[in-house]
Design a protein around this ligand. Sequence first.
Ligand code: PMP
Length: 412
Amino acid sequence: MNASAFTSDELDQIRDEFPILKREIKGRPLVYLDNAATSQSPRCVLEASRTYYESYNANIHRGVHRLAQEATAAYEGARDTIATHFNCQREEVIFTSGTTDGINLVSGILGRAKYLKAGDEILISALEHHSNIVPWRLLADEVGAILKVIPLTADEVWDIDAAKALITERTKIVALSHVSNAIGIINPIESLISLAKEQGAITLVDAAQSAPHFPLDFQQMGADFIVFSGHKMYAPTGIGVLLGRRELMETLPPYRGGGEMIKQVTFDQITYNDLPGKYEAGTPNIEGVIALGEAINFINRIGLSKIQAHESELSTYLESQLSKREGIRIYAAGAKKAGAVSFAVDAIHHYDLGTLLDQFGVAVRTGHHCCQPLMQCLNITGTVRASFGVYNSLEEIDQLLAALDKSRQMLL
Ligand code: PMP
């Protein structure tokens, strides 16, 4: 059985690109369904990292020698690839170590800019990842600002009426996830971004779980900042991107101080570099940037719209098969999802189920998914989450389902 976005040959070819998929776990083929935590890398990305270290490893921007020039060209070339992919200016692409780093950068510079005063409001939602909660809590505590939270409806999606009422002239920052890592739903961020902009608030979109799964257009989305991580889109860990609106970032103070982010330094006075260097202090993750550029090329060779169609078939199929079974609760059932389906099985703890599924070679994530406040809203301690990448197949969903059925028989 094949998902129709790809022919079976096409999917086989894609899978062939990922050496790790040949692994066996306890004598069974690996079924890797933990892509929301981190995705696997295709050969071209692995090769890009290796070639960098084997052939032109050098520090960038400063050296006049050949290797430094090659490394700089590859690093800046990756920035161009990313700018084109997300429809923004190259000056708006800041390399970070990941989504967490990007959000801390934004909250850090807004704090340093004294953008907030006591009583101002920061708006997030009930299903944010800890990395889109804690930096704002820290900033709120620093200045006496108030952290407001968009609640969920009984269907476990954003309560849009409540959200609209929460965006007022007191709202100074709106920071929202595009897709929930815990329950996979696509959040209707566009309307809230425009409402926030009408009130003059600064907006940030946590795109950690959307950038890997469907096309994003920075200009069209209209947010001031978008953050995401390379390791969830077929690149290595330790590399991520902050896309930031140029006119805004030009007025904001720097974040980390050090080499590369300056033009002129004396002990008394410093002039800072232009964008994007202003926010890239120190030696960056050069290999990671180059590999991320390659991962974006890989995605574009296949086409994000095709990837989206394929993954949507996987999640729709899993959801429909799960809903035929007794005693299984799907979170945000029926809501439009990207890349993940979360569920609970009556009378079986998610950790036990995850551990048993591993015995069948099936890798899923169990627990709170770094969303403890969401778990508190849902009144649970965790879920089982299956999350998809371009290489997953309907056969693998069937393998998950078969392993799930056997695990239930063993546990009940
Ligand atoms: N936000 C969301 C929605 C995520 O899924 C994740 C990773 N699970 C993060 C933020 C944090 O990403 P990272 O650990 O790569 O910084």
